[in-house]
Design a protein around this ligand. Structure first.
Ligand code: XMP
Length: 326
């Protein structure tokens, strides 16, 4: 389709000046498309949806309503950051739905990875639909589609098929980033004044920490995973690895081993660290993290996180391992 092809004359957006020119032009187009209409946007806090939100706020202000669904599988502090940046700093109409119990109750006892994904994806759509039905007069649906999503319609996002929204015929789509590559989206996000933690965020799967808590998710293991992940991110940032390593995270598998803590026998989970580099997520290599950094992280996780007594480093490239564990 011709309207899904990036115009050949379109310059690559590599500088703040080019980003500002793009923003001005897109805002004019958004205003022309939307007029006085109301727009709805699912705001996950990921790079793409955050940049779309910031553009729409600039273009149509309060005609935009953002819905942020916290499925209980977010990383530490993520929902709070969405509320702070969009609700408080940018003054958006933001509906925050804490659906943690609803998701975790549905997931209780479910260990099959594909069933877990389906529950998370399906429940997300239901929560979003329920919230949108409470609003009246919505004509448009904002989406963070970017050019690789169009080019690779069978790419990673489509392949996993969760975290998206139904192709709802009731709404007309608004997709201001659909001709941009990821690096361009980041330049635009920066020019819009979004914080670096959002603009340079590493990829995070739709099912969130759910795929890093293998097997049936329990709240205690999920909490341990979230705390361990926060420590890993903090230490990677301190070591200058944020934005340099493509994706890094922790996994807390569902088995326990013996250890010693405070002179007493402990029987707790291990925590696996995974840090990979890739261009297209189809293959990946392992980051050779400095040993001192790994030792510091191990010390912090085993002493600060309840329920973890060991830390392991995953040396497996993709293939044979996938990046995520489920
Ligand atoms: P795998 O595990 O397949 O992951 O090697 C490749 C990339 O895709 C991300 N990923 C997902 N992204 N929804 C997403 O939006 C998902 O269900 C999903 N599963 C994996 C993963 O984080 C990695 O960047």
């Amino acid at each position: 389709m011709s309207d899904n092809k990036r115009p050949e004359t379109m310059e690559r957006i590599t500088t703040p000046e080019l980003a500002n020119a793009f923003i001005d032009e897109e805002i004019a187009k958004l205003r022309a498309q939307i007029g006085e209409g109301k727009v709805l946007l699912a705001l996950s806090g990921g790079v793409d949806s955050s940049v779309v939100a910031a553009m729409l706020i600039k273009a149509v202000g309060k005609q935009l309503t953002c819905i942020h669904v916290n499925h209980g599988l977010m990383r530490k502090g993520e929902s709070e950051e969405v509320i702070r940046v969009f609700g408080e700093e940018l003054g958006a109409n933001l509906i925050y739905v804490d659906a943690t119990d609803r998701f975790l109750d549905k997931l209780a006892g479910v260990s099959d990875p594909e069933t877990k994904r389906k529950i998370i994806g399906g429940e997300f759509i239901r929560v979003f639909e329920e919230e949108s039905k409470k609003l009246s007069g919505i004509a448009f649906l904002g989406q963070g589609t970017i050019y690789p999503d169009i080019l690779e319609s069978d790419g990673i996002k489509a392949h996993h098929n969760v975290g998206g929204l139904p192709e709802d015929v009731e709404f007309e789509l608004v997709e201001p980033l659909k001709f941009l590559f990821k690096d361009e989206v980041r330049v635009v996000g920066k020019a819009l004044g979004l914080p670096d933690t959002m603009v340079y965020r590493q990829p995070f799967p739709g099912p969130g920490l759910g795929v890093r808590c293998p097997g049936a998710i329990t709240r205690d293991r999920l909490n341990a995973l979230r705390e361990a992940d926060a420590i890993l991110r903090e230490e990677f940032e301190k070591a200058g690895l944020m934005g340099k390593v493509w994706q890094y995270f922790t996994v807390v598998p569902d088995f326990k081993s013996t250890g010693i803590k405070s002179g007493k026998r402990s029987f707790e989970w291990p925590c696996i660290i995974r840090a990979v580099n890739t261009k297209d997520a189809m293959t990946a290599t392992i980051e050779r993290v400095d040993w001192d950094v790994l030792e510091r992280i191990t010390d912090r996780i085993t002493h600060e996180v309840d329920g973890i007594n060991r830390v392991l480093y995953d040396l497996t490239p993709k293939p044979t391992g996938t990046i995520e564990y489920e």
